[in-house]
Design a protein around this ligand. Structure first.
Ligand code: 9MR
Length: 453
């Protein structure tokens, strides 16, 4: 869903670009020959139509080096803790907005945008919320969303309406919380409906971690948001926190995962990025993340979870772009280069692209065969990923010329090459499958083709 304000922003941006082009043609301004002119994260991201943000803590804003780095480099901020329930409503219907106001004012007076984080979350909940029965809890959740979103109405570009509602692991199950346990599965949908009315111009996001690659948890989120989209439940975006370390590295199917959510018509945002480590390895991982967002046209921005290693929530680690003395790390340079389309190393993205087409090749009384052709763009590709979604109660009974994995519903097949997936520029390959119709003859839906260089 696209809010009127973002539509206007886009039109305005297009006009600015067109005007600059005319002036340049008339020799009135010098336009950079590439997008590499910008020298800060925010400005470089803006040239790619995206924001580059950071989590901010109000109690550090008085530190000159912190504020200077923030002000120079970033064009979006997320209050790290100041908008959470325990910070804003420590006692029922008694709201404290001082620290959140400080961050919002700091950001907006300097032209930075603000992400709201977070309205409904199992963590950092004051004790009184835990002791409410269902109808009181529903009233409290409604009031909390209305108060928070109402105070900052029109000032927040995206809100994390619900945060981390699914468990880790293979079950795809919901996490126990007062909301889940007392209001049931419908609490997420209820929260989004309340949020839409409270600030119709904010993008409404579901946000979670360990959902960055294709796995049981991200499949569960995918199924939920696809259902929301199909039933008109108001949702605009999905946040991928992207807290990475050696146990949870940048996934190889990161882009394919973001793309499948984008293919639902939703924005995707990288919301809490940090990557444990240092030096070149860390820089290369950051490059991959930036290239992933740049390769997904609906990926509208990246937020790192802190300005400096000095204050990272991962104490003892160095997961951010500025070191403890606010020096730019190799990871910083890698991010800036990637945003400026330089060669940041680490691969991913690049100019490799592919497209897909579908044809039904045969039909019987109870089933049909489908064939998907994958065609490389103007550069060679080394691999590709395509999602194929069938409509329940259809079932895919067999596949050929590809290596499939399935989501927990059994409706979404993620197909990758069987062995060597390289294609020459313009080259193509096909895979096929049989769909048991079970009375439903709807054609399968294809996600975008995602290529690796
Ligand atoms: O960075 C936040 C840290 O200062 C808090 O102590 C912690 C409390 O739960 O929350 C951290 O931020 C989390 C974010 O709100 C949601 N996703 C995971 C983040 C890191 O734990």
């Amino acid at each position: 869903m696209i809010s009127p304000s973002s539509g206007l922003t886009r039109v305005r941006r297009a006009l600015v670009v067109a005007t600059a082009g005319l002036l340049a043609a008339a020799g009135l301004v010098a336009l950079p020959s590439t997008a590499s002119a910008a020298s800060t994260l925010g400005a470089s991201a803006a040239e790619r139509g995206r924001y580059f943000g950071t989590a901010v803590a109000a109690n550090h804003l008085g530190e000159a080096a912190y504020a200077n780095t923030l002000n120079a480099e970033f064009n979006s901020v997320t209050p790290e803790n100041e908008m959470k329930w325990d910070a804003t409503e420590p006692n029922r219907n008694s709201f404290t907005f001082g620290n959140a106001d400080q961050i919002v004012n700091h950001a907006r007076s300097r032209g930075m945008r603000v992400r709201g984080h977070t309205l409904v979350w199992h963590s950092q909940l004051p004790g009184w919320v835990n002791s409410l029965g269902a109808s009181d809890l529903r009233a409290a959740m409604t009031n909390h969303i209305n108060q928070l979103m109402g105070r900052y109405r029109g000032q927040i570009h995206s809100w994390d309406v619900v945060n981390e509602a699914f468990v880790d692991g293979n079950s795809g199950a919901r996490r126990s919380s007062p909301f889940q346990d007392r209001l049931g599965n419908g609490f997420i949908e209820e929260a989004f409906r309340i949020a839409r009315a409270a600030d119709p111009n904010a993008k409404l996001c579901y946000n979670d971690y360990n959902t960055d690659g294709i796995n049981a948890k991200s499949n569960a989120v995918y199924n939920m948001v696809r259902d929301f989209v199909s039933r008109g439940v108001p949702i605009d975006c999905v946040g991928f926190q992207s807290h990475f370390n050696s146990a949870s590295p940048v996934p190889s199917d990161y882009q394919a995962n973001l793309q499948r959510f984008a293919d639902l018509g939703l924005e995707v945002q990288i919301t809490e990025l940090d990557i444990a480590g240092s030096g070149t390895a860390q820089a290369n991982d950051y490059t991959r993340v930036v290239n992933t967002c740049l390769a997904v046209s609906r990926c509208t921005g990246i937020t790192v979870w802190g300005v400096t290693d000095k204050y990272s929530w991962r104490s003892g680690d160095t997961p951010l772009l500025f070191d403890g003395n606010y020096n730019k790390k190799p990871a910083y340079t890698a991010v800036l280069n990637a945003l400026n389309n330089g060669s940041g190393g680490g691969g991913g993205g690049g100019s490799a692209s592919c497209s897909v087409s579908y044809v039904e090749t045969q039909r019987w009384g109870d089933r049909f065969n489908g064939q998907v052709t994958v065609t490389a763009g103007s550069a060679p590709v080394n691999g590709w990923t395509v999602t194929v979604t069938v409509t329940s109660p259809q079932r895919v009974s067999t596949t050929w010329n590809g290596s499939p994995t399935w989501d927990s519903s059994g409706n979404v097949m993620t197909m990758r090459p069987n062995g060597n997936g390289s294609l020459a520029a313009g080259g193509s390959t096909s895979f096929g499958f049989t769909v048991m119709a079970n009375g439903n003859w709807t054609a399968p839906r294809l996600g975008s083709c995602v290529a690796t260089a």
